[in-house]
Design a protein around this ligand. Structure first.
Ligand code: SAM
Length: 245
């Protein structure tokens, strides 16, 4: 089995199928791994995203690459019975785990589940008040195409929020973080999911993802305005937001 999942060195179709294998493989243990690997901090990153989304009752929300539905669950409560939340993901295994989890939480019925690729969203233009993509964009093969697709389905005045790993702002911290990602993280992955390769992919995909300013430029290119970002945990993660005019 190959261990190199890098972005630039594999053909496009191959990258997509590797990403699919990674998430089929980790779906059942995904939530547990998130808590372990981030030491629970992903909950804070997501909480800040929910606050910035400033969702109101009755709104229509898309959580793309929504996976096991952490953000979707929060949005479902905020939009209330007159609103609509779509949990979309390219991966059927992740969607299934997400749907079961939300059903168990008693909020499954307000949510629509759609298997979709972020690069070609199957929704009409100007549909959503808010779109979130959390820890999803770096897995997408053509990120510019995905950002354009998200801009298309946003309503004018609607807001896109991209929560993603980014570039640590402090070089010493970056070194420690690199050690953690490449040495410790695949070991935790192997212990919990018997799958170190998937977590090696994760570390590589994080390192190769565009930094804060590059992603800001990409969002502007895709047609979003007032693009800004907030670093969290020393830039390990950044939340980018933009508005469609
Ligand atoms: N948003 C969730 C969260 O924050 O916990 C899940 C994030 S998980 C790291 C990344 C998700 O992106 C996976 O569920 C994967 O299937 C999905 N994904 C990867 N490529 C995608 C694409 N091209 N379109 C839509 N979803 C994609």
């Amino acid at each position: 089995r190959t261990t190199h999942f890098g972005f630039q060195n594999v053909p496009v179709e191959e990258k997509a199928s590797r990403v699919a294998n990674v998430f089929h493989s980790v779906a059942q243990r995904y939530d547990l791994m998130n808590d372990l690997m981030s030491m629970g901090i992903h909950r804070l990153w997501k909480k800040l995203t929910i606050e910035k989304a400033a969702v109101r009752p009755g709104q229509t929300i898309l959580d793309i690459a929504g996976g096991t539905g952490d953000l979707t669950a929060k949005f479902a409560k905020k939009v209330g019975p007159t609103g609509r939340v779509v949990l979309a993901d390219i991966n059927a295994s992740m969607l299934n785990v997400g749907r079961d989890k939300l059903m168990n939480m008693g909020i499954g019925h307000e949510v629509e589940y759609v298997q979709a690729n972020a690069e070609s969203l199957p929704f009409p233009d100007n549909t959503f008040d808010r779109i979130t993509i959390a820890f999803g964009l770096r897995n997408v093969t053509d990120k510019d195409k995905a950002l354009r697709s998200m801009a298309r389905v946003l309503k004018p005045g609607g807001r896109l929020l991209v929560l993603e790993f980014s570039k640590p702002t402090n070089p010493l911290f970056e070194k420690i973080y690199d050690q953690y990602s490449f040495q410790i993280l695949p070991r935790i992955g192997r212990l919990i999911t018997q799958d170190a390769d998937s977590y090696r992919y994760l570390a590589e995909s994080i390192r190769m993802h565009p930094d804060q300013e590059t992603l800001k430029g990409m969002m502007e290119q895709a047609g979003l305005d007032r693009v800004e970002y907030t670093n969290m945990t020393n830039g390990i993660v950044a939340l980018h937001t933009g508005i469609k005019f």
